[in-house]
Write a protein that binds this ligand. Structure first.
Ligand code: FAD
Length: 286
């Protein structure tokens, strides 16, 4: 099958891109890495009237430091995250997560902003944005806004983005000193979407957990935090934590679904187990 006809524009500024989106009246779509959009067009599951290719907008790409955070431009390729020295120094959790995103070929084209905008519930980068409390910078004809990752997702493939709003960058705040981050998932084969997985960020001060962030992928309609488990961890001394109980509590706060890949029960059980094992092993070294 071939894509339905559409107009193609490739502006070289954010303003022009947003203008094209606004003029499309909800019928325009952004093209970033195209790893999801191109198949959707080819299958006619997406039939926009205008495709706005943002790859020629130089200011959308690259990694920099800004106000105690690492800023990742929307069209920064996922492969870049694996080798970028600023990411390695200040936001290595992102590289840990990207290692699990698809394959070399898809990472060479797929973008950070594309993955975050798409809102696939089993994707690593949205769950990472949630665990790291990233801010999502957007631009529309109404100006710039910064949206907390926790307020961004409203359902599967559904976000608070308006049709004329472009994700411009992600801002990942620096984590407190002594923070250990973990990315673990279960997938049938390397490169497959996860059946369950979590991103954890645990700060250890004086032998006790002082801050905990847990975010799940493939465990609900959106990436999900486990606020009760996070609160239960705070104040606990490393080595004395009942990780079976915390893992079960954390997984019980999710809302996984049954589908052809795995049952909800499997996702909860396997999720709790990888949590217990991974967090236990990581804390042993502290
Ligand atoms: C074989 C295969 C395996 C994959 N495996 C995984 C995996 O294991 N884990 C995973 O997380 N992902 C996986 N993916 C998804 C892929 O890695 C990309 O992250 C994903 O397709 C979106 O990124 P993209 O840059 O290609 O976006 P595109 O396909 O260009 O766009 C995706 C959607 O986001 C919108 N969009 C893109 N950029 C912006 C922006 N800046 N502002 C507003 N809207 C925007 C588009 O309009 C479109 O609706 C896989 C893809 C393939 C083809």
């Amino acid at each position: 099958m071939k894509a339905a006809p559409f107009d193609y524009v490739a502006p070289d500024s954010i303003e022009a891109a947003v203008d094209h989106l606004a003029r499309g009246g909800g019928e325009s779509v952004v093209l970033a890495g195209g790893q999801t959009l191109m198949p959707l067009l080819a299958l006619r599951m997406a039939t926009p009237s205008v495709v706005v290719d943002i790859n020629r907008i130089a200011e959308l790409s690259g990694v920099s430091r800004l106000d105690g955070a690492t800023r990742v431009g929307a069209t920064t390729r996922q492969a870049t995250i694996l080798t970028d020295p600023t990411i390695a120094a200040h936001a290595p959790t992102l590289a840990q997560a990207v290692r699990n995103v698809g394959h070399h070929q898809t990472r060479n084209r797929g973008t950070v902003g594309g993955s975050v905008s798409l809102g696939e519930p089993a994707a690593e980068l949205p769950a990472t944005a949630l665990a790291l409390e990233a801010m999502i910078e957007t631009r529309s004809p109404r100006g710039t806004r910064r949206i907390a990752a926790g307020d961004f997702y409203t359902g599967p493939y559904s976000t608070v983005l308006e049709p004329d709003e472009l994700v411009v960058a992600l801002h990942y705040p620096d984590l407190p000193a002594n923070t250990l981050t973990l990315v673990h998932e279960v997938a049938r084969r390397p490169g497959d979407f996860a059946l369950t997985g979590f991103i954890g960020a645990f700060t250890v001060d004086g032998g006790a957990i002082s801050r905990a962030r847990i975010s799940w992928l493939a465990m609900g309609p959106t990436p999900m935090r486990s606020p009760k488990a996070e609160a239960a961890l705070v104040g606990q001394r490393v080595g004395q934590i009942d990780l079976d109980e915390i893992g079960r509590l954390a997984a019980s706060e999710t809302d996984p679904m049954d589908d052809g890949h795995a049952s909800a029960d499997y996702r909860r059980t396997a999720g709790a187990r990888i949590f217990r094992r991974a967090v236990g092993q990581a804390l042993e070294t502290r």
